[in-house]
Design a protein around this ligand. Structure first.
Ligand code: PGA
Length: 278
């Protein structure tokens, strides 16, 4: 039984600490993960989208862009990229090293194809049966393989009783169960309220800020002071219109972008909005 966390709001001790953290992070680059999901339909279109993404990323020097194409396009896109600025992610991978797992991709295979990052526990994977435990195993295995896990957490719905905090707490507890305190800062937590994904209306930066404090508080409770260093990004209808505001007021260092990342003009505008907001 998960204990209700409502009584611990408004996290006054952590609000102060979170502000210190925001100050420290101001010199850092922001992170934008372009999650293409199961798009586009052909390698030819993927190359075109990739070239546009690269160009947009080049004019946003203070943003680190991580491209997460469908796995089948990854190696070829990685091979045609000679620069160092873009990162590559696999959209999901197995925690198993090898074996009889038809259809799965291992972390070593993803790494060999050029991925340095792995998206873990995306809600669209969870909807197909992936559990918190599965996510925890991939996070631990990714760190073991020297890859950066992007652990997705987020509730399907919000309630007045604050049950969504319990959902996120459990996702974090299991997701971080194999993470040593010294490696907490190597994990990227993508908070994605499932109800916002795919639309045009993101959560308010104020609510994101509250959730960021809660995420840090939870990880500190589980793993001690080093939890303060956890890196948090936001996902769910992140667009060119709300990106800058979310980074300014949401207490996050970046965004996980879905449908806007496959629209060349909108994605370029989103990166530019972040660049101009500095
Ligand atoms: P969206 O998707 O930007 O289309 O809402 C985000 C995600 O699912 O990662």
């Amino acid at each position: 039984m998960i204990q209700s966390v409502n009584e611990s709001r408004p996290f006054s001790f952590l609000t102060l600490r979170a502000t210190d953290y925001s100050d420290r992070k101001s010199g850092m680059k922001s992170i934008v993960v372009a999650n293409w999901k199961m798009n586009p339909g052909t390698m030819r279109e993927a190359k075109k989208l990739f070239d546009a993404t690269r160009e947009a990323a080049e004019s946003a020097k203070h943003v680190s862009v991580i491209v997460a194409p469908p796995a089948i396009f990854l190696r070829e896109l990685r091979a045609r990229y000679k620069g160092k600025r873009l990162g590559f992610a696999i959209q999901q991978a197995s925690a198993e090293g090898s074996g009889a797992y038809t259809g799965d991709i291992s972390l070593p295979q993803a790494k060999d194809a050029g991925a340095q990052y792995v998206i873990v526990g995306h809600s669209e994977r969870r909807a197909k049966g992936e559990s918190n435990e599965d996510a925890g195993k991939v996070v631990a295995a990714a760190l073991e393989s020297d890859m950066t896990p992007i652990l997705c957490v987020g509730e399907k719905a919000r309630s007045h009783e604050g049950e969504h905090f319990n959902v996120v707490k459990e996702q974090l507890r299991t997701g971080f169960s194999g993470v040593e305190p010294g490696k907490i800062s190597k994990v990227l937590v993508a908070y994605e309220p499932v109800w916002a994904i795919g639309g045009e209306k993101a959560m308010s930066p104020r609510d994101m800020h509250e959730m960021a404090i809660f995420i840090r508080k939870t990880i500190i409770e589980l793993h001690g002071e080093k939890g303060m260093g956890v890196r948090i990004i936001y996902g769910g209808a992140a667009t060119e219109s709300n990106a800058a505001e979310m980074l300014r007021d949401g207490d996050v260092i970046g965004l996980l972008v879905g449908h806007v990342s496959i629209n060349e003009a909108r994605f370029a505008a989103l990166l530019q909005a972040l660049e101009n907001a500095r």
